[in-house]
Write a protein that binds this ligand. Structure first.
Ligand code: GLY
Length: 402
């Protein structure tokens, strides 16, 4: 009976039927998640068909109304293949699997990249999900070679992985908060390749980032650059945020995801405490909009007349669902409620693209690099990846609960 009432409520909500009570009932979360996954699968298949004959191309965003692609070396190259793997996992559709394989294999040369810390993002999302779902040995080999390349960016004296090689006149040894996201890959490689030093690198990086990137309110800086002789920070700045002292929305989301994942993978309590503090900061932020999709930077003085960043909401939602299972019951429920609110917003017409629109990306209204006047109010491949990951995490969690 409960199910039937919920179903009727959903019909009233969908149709705006005047005969229903004036308070429309909420669409059941199960239906939200299925609708989001269905839309993502439809859009992503169209994207794959559009790009299958364009050798080496991977979707990036929209520029001047047209689909913008990249080659394997752009930091976002792994997100579309990873999204295809998640959607294959959700649907068992062999067409999605074939495309997941095809687009994953476009990233093979990433295994030898030593000029970027993003090797973790690139390979873990694509090959990592492929390995998890198929146990294809060739994928494992690519990943272990990639981990060797990533490890070359670790400096023993500083105790962190170097993020960027540009702006050498400004930054001696820049580390960005986003770099936390590469640690999952190193920890996997440490276990799979029996290389304890990778684990130690990941822990050292996370510890030093915890010490130096955060402010007393648990917001974080984007870039911390270390003095290579003393291993002490010499500047704390931003690159993609509003100001050095501001809270760039996606950076906060990377921090939340990074420490949640580090606790899940290491069981070190300090990481759980950090993840919970960052979650409290974000969920309680006075400038978090009603629909829980952050403005691009929490400290832009022009709020509310500034772009949103749906990618930050998707990353946050995925991390909060993970965190909800790792922390105490009451706080876990707050995290889950917040993530559900975000997923409802992202799956509404305000953010979810209609089929056949948005150059076949799933979400709209993301901000990549506003100060660089690049990727403002556009779709981004990583927003779609973390959105689908969050939907799937929610679905798995509810399957366990039953
Ligand atoms: N890692 C770059 C970004 O979040 O834009």
């Amino acid at each position: 009976m409960k199910k039937l009432i919920a179903g009727i409520g959903f019909l009233c909500w969908g149709a705006g039927w005047a005969g229903c009570s004036s308070q429309p009932a909420e669409e059941p979360m199960e239906a939200v998640v299925e609708r989001g996954l269905e839309r993502a699968a439809r859009q992503s298949l169209q994207m794959a068909k559009e790009l299958e004959d364009q050798e080496g191309k991977l979707p990036k965003s929209i520029n001047d109304g047209k689909l913008e692609t990249s080659g394997y070396s752009w930091w976002c190259s792994g997100f579309f293949p990873g999204e295809l793997w998640y959607l294959y996992e959700a649907t068992s559709d062999p067409e999605l699997k074939a495309y997941a394989e095809q687009f994953t294999e476009r990233l093979e040369p990433v295994k030898d990249i030593t000029y970027s810390h993003d090797v973790g993002f690139m390979l873990n999302c694509s090959y990592g999900n492929g390995w998890r779902l198929t146990h294809n040995e060739a994928y494992r080999d690519v990943m272990l070679q990639g981990a060797r390349s990533l490890a070359t960016r670790y400096n023993e004296r500083v105790g962190l992985i170097r993020s960027w090689d540009f702006n050498r006149d400004k930054w001696q040894y820049p580390v960005i908060i986003d770099n936390m996201m590469n640690l999952e890959f190193l920890i996997w490689a440490s276990r799979e390749g029996n290389e304890p030093r990778y684990f130690n690198m990941a822990v050292s990086h996370a510890d030093k980032t915890m010490e130096n990137h955060f402010r007393p309110d648990y917001s974080c800086y984007h870039v911390v650059s270390y003095d290579t002789l003393t291993a002490v920070p010499h500047v704390k700045q931003t690159h993609q945020g509003y100001a050095d002292s501001s809270a760039w929305a996606r950076g906060q989301a990377w921090a939340l995801y990074g420490y949640t994942m580090m606790y899940r993978d290491t069981q070190r309590e300090a990481y759980l405490r950090q993840a919970c503090q960052v979650a409290r900061y974000l969920m309680g932020h006075p400038r978090m909009p009603e629909d829980k999709v952050p403005y691009w930077d929490f400290d832009d003085p022009k709020i509310p007349d500034v772009p949103r960043d749906a990618s930050a909401a998707a990353i946050m939602a995925s991390a909060l669902i993970d965190l909800s299972q790792l922390t105490d019951k009451e706080f876990g429920q707050q995290c889950l409620d917040f993530a559900e609110h975000q997923l409802r917003s992202l799956t509404s017409p305000a953010y979810l693209a209609e089929p056949g629109t948005n150059c076949h990306f799933v979400l709209m209204h993301c901000t990549g690099h506003l100060p660089g006047n690049s990727e403002v109010d556009v779709p981004l491949s990583y927003a779609d990846y973390y959105y689908v990951e969050a939907l799937l995490r929610w679905k798995k969690l509810k399957a366990v609960d039953k």
